[in-house]
Design a binder for this molecule. Structure first.
Ligand code: NAI
Ligand code: MG
Length: 494
């Protein structure tokens, strides 16, 4: 690292970074077991796709092939939905709630037992740093199953005097940014409320969902209660359009969310959409600056910015803008970009080549629109899909890098003078998933939380998740809530 400047506020020299490096600390792959080829998990067993077609899943950090994944077509989806429908009518609907809870609890325990394996596979297949898969994705996935296991026999307390009933078959489509965790978010509440499931993981990250299928098979969950089919957008559309699917839960891009909403218009299918975001971290001049800088870094560089609630905009009050930006640049310089399997890595690989090209395109757009580009001086690996942590300074509200979701490690910085201006700028975008507020004053926090058009507002922290707390958006970020008591509602009729 080459940083030699002096941090203004602390007065400390950062020159000790000169030439100073961590020794590599790669996580071992010896303990994982992966098949060369994966079929579709239908009615409790892995079966080949009717088309006999498979596609490769690769490691985005090395571009090497990991395994072949089955591509499900309409026939396969029909088999899966019918298996789910039969399991619903013949078994799951009649299974006493406290028995349902035992299966969900068992799945949670088995995820914990295989945590190391799941974390390594998540990192190999998706590119996220092992530290995150190990400490965030996998434990949270287990926690979601634990949490919803607890609700299964208490639904009458969740909805007093309402006699909640399951809907039937839930079709669930998830993205590539938190593959195992999103599967847990979707499957756990559906099972707890007595529904059966057909789930489709994203095409670039199917492996941990397939490992979860193995766990589910071993858990003894009755056949057909959870089915996992792999494939591309067409497979997802076949699930959405199947007449025996009673509920659709989707997390992904706003464009596909709109297609799904159109596709099911006029049917009785229930829908929840969790779509994009463009969250603002708002830093007031009374904020604890170092803590805020760390929160901003976590907000946008966590998981390479592949986070729908990423703090991809920074709104900083004018009086502290210089010091915040200066400290931000200093901190960016210390971020380690590279091998996701290395325990020291802060920023891993971008999930796919397409996503890297999209991010690079936005970086060009930002420059052409007149914003000032700043990137850390780190070197990127020669192979794989990587992007330097990036800032855009001197942006205005109309810039595309301020308005549009980039889904990468790119932060657009704006300044403000008054509270009203901060609220106006934070809300003046098509999305409304999350926001962060940094201030010493509780009164400011309460004032802003009521005025932010965002589903989640973090105060003096960022990107904190817990199965007990609901998550979801306003405006083009979608509707419906996942997590917590609220996360039960989309899966029941009252
Ligand atoms: P996408 O929305 O195409 O993919 C999400 C899931 O939907 C995948 O499983 C995909 O196979 C499936 N899908 C695609 N077309 C479908 C259709 N017509 N019907 C049913 N399912 C369909 O997202 P993509 O292309 O991978 O990423 C594009 C952009 O979307 C990203 O750059 C990012 O801005 C945003 N995104 C947002 C996410 C979030 O968590 N809100 C997650 C992933 C992407
Ligand atoms: Mg992959």
């Amino acid at each position: 690292m080459k940083k030699t400047e002096t941090s203004e506020r602390s007065g400390q020299s950062l020159s000790f970074f000169n030439g100073w490096k961590y020794a590599p600390a790669p996580e071992s792959k010896d303990h994982i077991s992966l098949k060369k080829q994966y079929g579709l998990f239908i009615n409790g067993e892995f079966v080949p796709p009717s088309s006999k077609k498979y596609f490769d899943t690769i490691n985005p950090a090395t571009e090497e092939k990991i395994a072949e994944i089955a591509e499900a077509d309409e026939k396969d989806v029909d088999l899966a939905v019918n298996a789910a429908s039969k399991a619903y009518n013949n078994v799951w609907k009649k299974t006493p709630p406290k028995e349902r809870a035992k299966y969900i609890y068992r799945i949670a325990r088995m995820i914990q037992e295989r945590a190391r394996e799941l974390a390594v596979i998540e990192t190999l297949d998706g590119g996220k740093p092992i530290r995150e898969s190990r400490d965030i994705d996998v434990p949270l996935a287990a926690n979601h199953f634990f949490y919803y296991a607890g609700w299964a026999d208490k639904l009458n307390y969740a909805f007093p005097n309402r006699n909640p009933q399951p809907l039937g078959v839930a079709g669930q489509i998830i993205p590539w940014n938190f593959p195992l965790l999103m599967a847990a978010w979707k499957i756990a509440p559906a099972l707890a409320t007595g529904n059966t499931v057909v789930l489709k993981p994203a095409e670039s990250t199917s492996l941990t969902a397939l490992k979860l299928a193995e766990i589910i098979a071993e858990s003894g969950l009755p056949d057909g209660v959870v089915n996992i089919v792999t494939g591309f957008g067409k497979t997802g559309a076949a699930i959405v359009n199947h007449p025996k699917v009673n509920k659709v839960a989707f997390t992904g891009s706003t464009d596909v969310g709109k297609l799904i909403q159109k596709a099911i218009a006029g049917t009785s299918k229930k829908l929840t959409l969790e779509l994009g975001g463009k969250a603002a971290n708002i830093v007031f001049d009374d904020a604890p600056i170092d803590q805020a800088v760390e929160g901003i870094i976590n907000g946008i560089f966590f998981n390479q910015g592949h986070v729908c609630c990423a703090g991809s905009r920074l709104l900083v009050q004018e009086g502290v803008a210089d010091i915040v930006i200066r400290k931000l640049k200093d901190r960016m310089e210390t971020l380690i970009v590279g091998d996701p399997m290395d325990k020291n890595t802060d920023i891993g690989a971008i999930n796919s080549k397409e996503q890297l090209l999209k991010i690079q395109e936005y970086i060009k757009i930002g420059v052409n629109d007149g914003a000032d580009l700043y990137q850390s001086s780190c070197e990127l690996p020669n192979k794989g899909f990587f992007c330097k942590p990036t800032l855009f300074l001197n942006t205005s509200q109309s810039h595309r890098v301020v308005q549009e979701e980039i889904f990468g490690p790119v932060l657009a910085v704006q300044t403000f003078r008054t509270v009203e201006e901060a609220i106006e700028k934070a809300n003046n975008i098509p999305y409304g998933l999350s926001a962060g507020i940094w201030t010493d004053k509780g009164s400011k926090i309460f004032n802003l939380t009521t005025k932010m058009r965002a589903g989640v507002v973090w105060a003096n922290t960022y990107n904190k998740f817990d199965p007990t707390s609901p998550f979801g958006g306003y405006k083009e970020s979608g509707f419906g809530r996942e997590g917590g008591l609220h996360g039960l509602l989309p899966y029941v009729s009252l």
